[in-house]
Design a protein around this ligand. Structure first.
Ligand code: FAD
Length: 493
């Protein structure tokens, strides 16, 4: 084990990172390569989790795939942005990838070993194998993952309020607005409450309803892992297939009740059942299927939910699920730079912030590491633009998502600000063109953000060199020096 100078520095000069998973390793890399002394705490092998099998850092607990590597997908774009931000996780993944068609899949043992080796080669990083049981007092990142140890989870619940820390996700599918067919669906709130148009409604006739219930009962579900078998079903959010099994009319009197709604498309204005979708993000691009949390297999969900009138061509930003998963209600408890509002010396990162997936977890780690490095160097944290995958994901978990329906989320184009209407073209962009346009806009904005960051770093380095050389005499002389840097950049630009 490496022990080093980090311990002899004042508390506020050392960054402690709790959890050496995907997020913690990326955060440690980003901060340490910006010269911040880092102590990384990983509890394995001293204390195990129910899903990890090794003591290696950045262990991939299940699939060995980091998913689609194509720029035309939200995750492929996130990969590329992370590469351009010198991500440790992406650079190691590229180095140890195995053939997997369009996906980025890796040799999981080589992956974990290489992440650990590259981190331990950093002179200002210390790895401690110990369980952290209390929230640190100095600058820290908590990236302890979906299987955070019980003691630390209790500490987090105490700091944030137990209502804001969840131990299971009960996920209802989310559909992108522009994939709904409004020749069948319509906007209306039940009894015209609120604005009168708060929900999207998808109607079903009696025959359609009973066929749907029958198909639900027959569909394949995902089994719980052994260690999840005691997953409680809360009566308030039972999986729809469980409700369907309780009686053929249960859904018609529950989440699919048609009362207070009038179908403007006719011919029968009173539907037998209605599926409602509620706005899920501030941008108004995503809608969740109300009460449709489910354990159905993903393929079954797509097959079945596309039989719902109005959702035949639905694009799913997220599919339903129910898992053991520790996560915070981030839109309530975090600020825009991932700090706990109740304890701002702590930034949160990874799956525990309510993002979902290996790369999304690492991406939030990347941002948390950069934000601390900036702040510990006396600068304000510089968040990525909203139009980038990094910015869209950060915005969703910190402010964009609805707090009441907040559940873990993968990156997807539904999280991005909508594209402006195509110039000089009358027709709407096709799905492929739209994705390419999102990616092009994102990478352009990312480039500007990275250049700005480089300039800040350059300023900082020159400032420090100047102080060390003893030339530092007055505020004005330093300003002259920095103006020189800015002037030089402008000439280049
Ligand atoms: C069973 C399961 C399967 C999954 N499968 C996939 C998949 O196939 N693909 C995918 O993209 N995503 C998957 N996920 C979701 C998610 O991407 C992973 O959990 C991912 O590893 C999250 O990264 P993380 O860094 O947030 O957490 P982790 O990678 O879990 O890292 C957290 C680390 O913190 C450590 N730790 C916990 N408590 C403490 C403490 N008190 N002190 C010190 N260390 C502590 C843990 O030992 C762990 O090493 C899965 C999740 C689970 C639970």
């Amino acid at each position: 084990m490496k022990r080093q100078r980090a311990y002899h520095l004042p508390m506020e000069r050392v960054l402690h990172i709790v959890g050496g998973g995907l997020a913690g390793c990326e955060a440690a890399w980003q901060a340490a390569k910006r010269d911040i002394p880092v102590v990384l705490h990983e509890m394995r092998p001293v204390r195990a989790t129910p899903a990890h099998h090794t003591s290696g850092l950045a262990e991939l607990v299940c699939s060995n795939s980091l998913r689609n590597d194509d720029l035309g997908s939200g995750i492929g774009l996130l990969h590329e942005e992370m590469r351009r931000c010198d991500s440790l996780i992406l650079s190691v993944a590229d180095a140890v990838k195995v053939p997997a068609g369009g996906a980025l899949a890796v040799d999981r043992e080589a992956f974990s070993a290489a992440v650990e080796k590259r981190l331990l080669a950093l002179p200002n990083l210390t790895l401690l194998r110990e369980e952290v049981t209390a929230l640190p007092d100095g600058p820290a990142i908590v990236s302890s993952g979906p299987l955070t140890s019980d003691t630390l989870a209790a500490e987090l619940a105490h700091a944030t309020g137990s209502d804001h820390l969840h131990f299971f996700d009960a996920i209802a599918p989310i559909v992108t607005l522009d994939s709904v067919d409004f020749s069948k669906a319509w906007f209306q709130s039940r009894w015209d409450k609120g604005t009168g148009k708060d929900y999207i409604n998808c109607p079903m006739s009696k025959d359609e309803y009973f066929a749907f219930v029958e198909a639900l009962i027959a569909a394949d579900t995902v089994e719980f892992h052994d260690w999840e078998k005691n997953t409680p079903y809360f009566e308030g959010c039972l999986p729809i297939e469980v409700m369907a099994r309780r009686g053929a009319q249960t859904l018609a009197f529950g989440p699919m009740k048609p009362v207070g709604l009038t179908n403007p498309h006719g011919p029968n204005p009173k539907s037998y059942a209605v599926i409602q979708l509620r706005q899920d993000n501030a941008l108004g691009t995503l809608f969740n299927m109300v009460g449709f949390q489910t354990k159905l297999k993903h393929g079954e969900q797509m097959r079945l939910f596309r039989t719902i009138p109005g959702l035949e061509n639905a694009e799913f930003a997220r599919l339903g699920g129910l898992h053991r998963n520790t996560f915070l209600c981030s839109p309530v408890v975090l600020d825009a730079s991932l700090r706990l509002k109740a304890k701002p010396n702590i930034r949160m990162a990874g799956q525990i912030t309510g993002c979902e997936g290996y790369c999304e977890s690492a991406a939030i780690g990347l941002l948390a590491g950069r934000f601390w490095a900036e702040e510990m160097a006396g600068q304000a944290p510089n968040p990525p633009p909203l139009e980038t995958a990094l910015g869209a994901l950060l915005n969703h978990i910190t402010t964009g998502a609805g707090a009441e329906t907040f559940q873990p989320m993968n990156i997807n184009f539904g999280l991005f600000p909508p594209l402006p209407p195509p110039e000089g073209k009358r027709r709407k962009l096709g799905a492929k063109e739209r994705r390419a346009a999102y990616a092009e806009r994102a990478l352009g904005k990312l480039g500007e953000w990275i250049n700005l960051d480089c300039r800040n770093l350059e300023d900082q380095e020159r400032w420090e060199r100047y102080q060390l050389s003893g030339e530092f005499t007055s505020h004005q002389s330093v300003m002259n020096l920095l103006e020189g840097v800015v002037g030089k950049d402008n000439e280049k630009g």
